[in-house]
Design a protein around this ligand. Structure first.
Ligand SMILES: C[S@@+](CC[C@H](N)C(=O)[O-])C[C@H]1O[C@@H](n2cnc3c(N)ncnc32)[C@H](O)[C@@H]1O
Length: 409
């Protein structure tokens, strides 16, 4: 009868040679029912379909046992439930379950806001081109055009969607105050802490000349027309809104079109949208400027770690990976689990368990790369009418000034 030699079996079933010898011993002792073959002084496992089946079962059971032994349990910390509403927790569970992704916006809450503020101050001081400096220069370079458009209106309200620490809008606000055109300054952000930082900065720069109205909204799920509508009953002089969407926020969304549609739905017929975004480039695909900690440092940079930590996923449960995904056309930062992991959420409506396998990845950040034409097309297909498109000298950043198409008025 034909038989397997032990190294061949070990290779085939992905087990050690010792495990194969052990199967033979166990069979001799009557604990397993494998069919054995003697050849000279040695004993081997016969090459039969039945033996194959028994060995497959043995391997599967061993895997289950090993997985169970190395299975980790993560339970979100109490601060997680203090910081996030139940709806946000469910959103995170759904996103983890469906897409293996932690929605990026939640990292801006709590301590995440101060980390972003610190990052922006570093960008402001930096002399190499970066998103903040390019946004400020593009706003400056196109001021003449913006002035010409707003000269036809009375007061201009600035609606800052995702204002960060408000540094990008500082010069524009100063200009509008100077020409006596500034109406309301309305900031829309998912993070109350970020809104507080923006308000503090604006107060420091302009004192009482600007009253900050902050509204907590998640633009991936909600609109905000009620917060920004220029209703004639409120304003004798008709005002219009310039909605700012600055700093390449859109490419971070899993579904950017959802966010854009919520913005467009919230705009009034005469409102404008002014956005700044990075443009795809070879150099940009390698750009990983994280606020703190250099790109190669293995632990996640702090501002991408907030939710991971709050979820109770400990640092030695995962490895950090980053790169450019050619299929998605996006830079990514993700964690790869070194162990099978169960996430246990205790919610008011009951417990939720999420089982993750060893080797699975959880995405913590993405930045999609689009060409200038794709960015313009994305705005158009969301119902906007790009009127002005302007690029930085290095072609890495783009400003779009858009309104709503005439037929919609
Ligand atoms: C990439 S930063 C850009 C900040 C600023 N506009 C700039 O150019 O520096 C993203 C900003 O949008 C906010 N944000 C991110 N996702 C959001 C969402 N889904 N809803 C509302 N605000 C969000 C963040 O809190 C932060 O203020």
């Amino acid at each position: 009868m034909q038989y397997y030699n032990n190294p061949e079996l070990a290779e085939r079933f992905g087990v050690s040679r010792h495990a194969v010898t052990n199967w033979i011993d166990q069979t001799r002792k009557g604990r397993l029912t494998l069919e054995l073959v003697r050849d000279g002084a040695n004993t081997y496992i016969a090459k039969t379909p039945r033996n194959q089946l028994i060995m497959q079962t043995l391997v599967q059971e061993r895997r289950k046992f090993m997985n169970k032994r190395s299975l980790k349990i993560a339970r979100p910390r109490p601060e997680f439930f203090q910081l996030f509403s139940e709806a946000q927790v469910i959103d995170m569970i759904y996103s983890l379950d469906k897409f293996r992704e932690i929605p990026r916006q939640y990292d801006y809450l709590g301590d995440g806001a101060a980390l972003w503020d610190e990052y922006m101050h570093r960008q402001y001081e930096d002399d190499v081109p970066n998103m903040l400096r390019q946004t400020i220069s593009l706003l400056e370079a196109n001021r003449g055009y913006i002035d010409q458009v707003i000269s036809r209106h009375g007061r201009i309200n600035i609606v800052d969607i995702g204002p960060g620490n408000a540094l990008p809008v500082k010069d524009l606000l100063r200009h509008l105050i100077g020409v006596g055109k500034l109406g309301r300054y309305i900031a829309i952000d998912i993070s109350p802490e970020m809104l507080a930082i923006a308000e503090r900065n604006i107060k420091d720069w302009f004192g009482d000349a600007v009253q900050v109205e902050g509204h907590v909204r998640d633009i991936s799920r909600e609109w905000f027309a009620d917060a920004i509508a220029c209703l004639p009953a409120e304003d004798n002089v008709p005002a219009v809104n310039i909605c700012l969407f600055l700093g390449s926020t859109l490419p971070n969304f899993r579904a950017p079109d959802d966010a854009l549609r919520n913005i467009v739905k919230s705009m009034g017929a005469r409102d404008y949208l002014l956005s700044t975004t990075g443009i795809d480039s070879d150099l940009g695909r390698e750009r990983f400027q994280f606020a703190i900690g250099d790109v190669e440092s293995k632990p996640l940079p702090p501002q991408y770690k907030l939710v991971v930590d709050l979820l109770g996923i400990e640092q030695d449960y995962y490895e950090t990976e980053m790169g450019f995904d050619e299929r998605e056309h996006a830079r990514y930062l993700r964690i790869r689990l070194k162990h099978a992991l169960t996430l246990e959420f205790k919610l008011a409506r009951g417990d939720y368990r999420l089982d993750l396998k060893k080797g699975e990845t959880l995405l913590v950040w993405r930045a999609r790369h689009n060409t200038a034409a794709e960015i313009s097309e994305q705005l158009t297909s969301s119902g906007l009418n790009p009127r002005l498109i302007s690029q930085s000298d290095d072609h890495d950043y783009m400003l779009v000034f858009a309104d709503l198409p005439r037929q919609e008025r």
